[in-house]
Ligand binder design. Structure first.
Ligand code: MRU
Length: 345
């Protein structure tokens, strides 16, 4: 596992690696209040669907610890308020709601009236979510290995590694598992405008793992597939609908279309907690709109003329017909996804 820790619980505080500062600085931030966790998720101190789910669960543990409630109902009311705050931090990744619902269901099932026992249960459930995430990711990685041919040239979008999860990663976990199983490979790392999760974070992780890679601009997929050769694309997911439509970082849909046009396999790797069977298709997924200055500025440098507006949708929806397979910890789903995804859950 990584020598850095994306998220960890330390004696009543939540410690998170500040991903806004990577790769220049490795700084850990400490949090003691649920509203600070909501802020850290919104500001992307921590990001990536499974990682923000775990952060939200620990946010409830902080809420439980700080709540002065002396009785069960009072504590549950305080936790519900914190859950609303955390849920609103980012709308697209279903793992956030999934983790909050899981902790709240646990709370409601604790037979004890004693609020301290509920406080213990909240923290234990958050720790279970974090521990399971690592095990789940390792299994996703192993399940994906047979799909990676020896010598594979792979396009990867955004960051789906240890930094986007509690550890190990999803799509990057598959790449990592293939490499650890002796496959030669080269990863083309999409830089992933506007926040550069690929250039800043994925390359940081791959460099530490000694996995051969080169950073490419997001628009290079057509060139790479037609002139260089690409064997597969693999990406993560923020929410997968019942029919397989997949929300992921903006630019994923474009990449899938280029892959489809070139007959290159396009894989999604995600835990089953990212699959949302309550919705039929991607049309029902809310796309987060982020501030325009993420597009018009690069750090302190203004890129556009004064007063120019920008739109900044953070995710797009790749229609299921462009997805070759969805790799989960419970196995690989192939089309038709209505059936294959339902049978995994
Ligand atoms: O805006 P981000 O950086 O949170 O977006 C992250 C992604 O789109 C990832 O691909 C997704 O969350 C899966 S991470 C294992």
């Amino acid at each position: 596992l990584a020598e850095y820790q994306t998220i960890s619980w330390e004696a009543g505080r939540l410690r998170m690696l500040d991903q806004r500062l990577l790769p220049a600085e490795t700084v850990y931030q400490y949090y003691t209040r649920p509203e600070e966790i909501a802020g850290a998720i919104r500001d992307m101190v921590i990001r990536g669907a499974p990682a923000i789910g775990a952060a939200a669960a620990f946010g409830l543990a902080l809420a439980a610890e700080r709540s002065p409630a002396q009785d069960r109902d009072g504590l549950i009311t305080d936790l519900e308020q914190a859950a609303r705050l955390l849920r609103a931090a980012r709308p697209t990744a279903v793992n956030l709601s999934w983790a909050l619902d899981r902790v709240m269901n646990k709370v409601k099932s604790v037979p004890a009236d004693e609020p301290d026992q509920i406080r213990v249960a909240v923290l234990e459930e958050a720790q279970a979510i974090a521990a399971e995430d690592v095990a789940v990711n390792r299994q996703i990685g192993l399940n994906g290995v047979p799909l990676v041919p020896d010598g594979a040239r792979i396009i990867h979008h955004c960051n789906t590694g240890s930094l986007a999860t509690v550890d190990y990663g999803t799509a990057l976990g598959v790449i990592r598992a293939a490499y650890e199983n002796g496959k030669n490979l080269h990863v083309f790392v999409d830089e992933t405008r506007p926040r550069l999760q690929g250039a800043r974070l994925t390359s940081w992780e791959l460099k530490r793992l000694n996995i051969p890679h080169s950073v490419v601009v997001d628009g290079s997929s057509g060139y790479l597939m037609s002139r260089v050769g690409v064997d597969l694309c693999i990406v993560g997911a923020d929410r997968v609908a019942s029919n397989g439509d997949t929300a992921n970082k903006i630019g994923t849909y474009n990449l899938a279309l280029v892959a489809y046009a070139h007959g290159v396999p396009f894989y999604v790797a995600c835990p089953t907690s990212t699959i949302d069977l309550s919705i039929k298709s991607g049309d029902e997924i809310e796309i987060e709109q982020r501030p325009a200055d993420e597009v018009t500025f690069l750090g302190e440098v203004q890129l556009t003329p004064d007063g120019v507006s920008a739109s900044n949708p953070a995710f797009d929806i790749t229609p299921a017909r462009y997805i070759t397979a969805i790799i989960t910890e419970r196995g690989i789903a192939y089309p038709p996804y209505e059936e294959s995804l339902a049978s995994l859950l």
